[in-house]
Design a protein around this ligand. Structure first.
Ligand code: GS8
Length: 219
């Protein structure tokens, strides 16, 4: 029986984009279901009753939640094509460490940079740039975080590229000037179709944040 794979997500979500890239890397066909996060579907509530969040991967009717868990699951189930995590236990642990760092540091400061004003924006932006620089130092002279090939840490971080334009516009700074190596790395990742076809458009993300800022009275 062929695998039945369904992805519940929301177009703007960097977490959902991770899953899209992983599925594209492995060449898995799937059904995509866009969620309305203001009016969540009964399917989402049933499949992720704990957090009620996207992304959710439904594999042969069984749900898997949390983007990092989903990507590792995909890598384990379809392990013969394009391995994402390294096989060496120490390198696997390192890759998981950096994915955890990205989750703890980038998403929240990035969102605050886009969705605040004044001192709050300045503080969020400062923390965001510091964290991006830490990642840039970890990348060092390597082409990708794991070395020569696109892998798990790249996949976890690259979706945030779609928010870069919003970070720099609402935060009044230049990503290229602050993090030139990371900008070059992002462009390298985008050369891969699995990445470019899975990412949201930076301008659309910016427009979305613009609307949210108006809605929340930030401008
Ligand atoms: C985060 C998912 C998440 O925040 C993961 O999958 O890695 N740690 C999780 N999803 C958001 C959309 S992205 O901003 C979400 O579903 N929000 C709906 C809600 O909070 O009600």
């Amino acid at each position: 029986m062929a695998d039945e794979v369904v992805l519940l997500s929301f177009w703007l979500s960097p977490f959902g984009m991770r899953v899209k890239i992983a599925l594209a890397e492995k060449g898995i066909s799937y059904e995509y279901k866009e969620e309305n996060l203001q009016d969540k579907s009964p399917l989402l509530l049933k499949m992720n009753p704990v957090h009620k969040k996207i992304p959710v991967l439904i594999h042969n009717s069984k749900p898997i939640c949390e983007s990092l868990v989903i990507v590792q699951y995909i890598d384990e189930v379809w392990r013969d094509t394009c391995p994402l995590l390294p096989s060496d236990p120490y390198l696997r642990a390192q890759a998981r460490f950096w994915a955890d760092f990205i989750d703890k540091k980038i998403f929240d400061c990035g969102r605050k940079t886009c969705m605040s004003k004044g001192e709050e924006t300045e503080a969020a932006k400062k923390e965001l740039i510091q964290s991006l620089k830490v990642l840039e130092a970890e990348l060092g002279k390597k082409l990708f975080f794991g070395g020569e090939k696109f892998g798990y840490v790249d996949l976890c971080l690259i979706p945030f590229y779609t928010w870069f334009y919003s970070y720099e516009t609402f935060g009044s700074f230049s990503m290229e000037a602050e993090c030139p190596k990371l900008t070059a790395w992002a462009e390298r990742c985008l050369e891969k179709e699995s990445v470019s076809n899975s990412l949201a458009d930076q301008q659309k993300v910016y427009q979305f944040f613009g609307q949210m800022r108006k809605m929340y009275g930030i401008e």
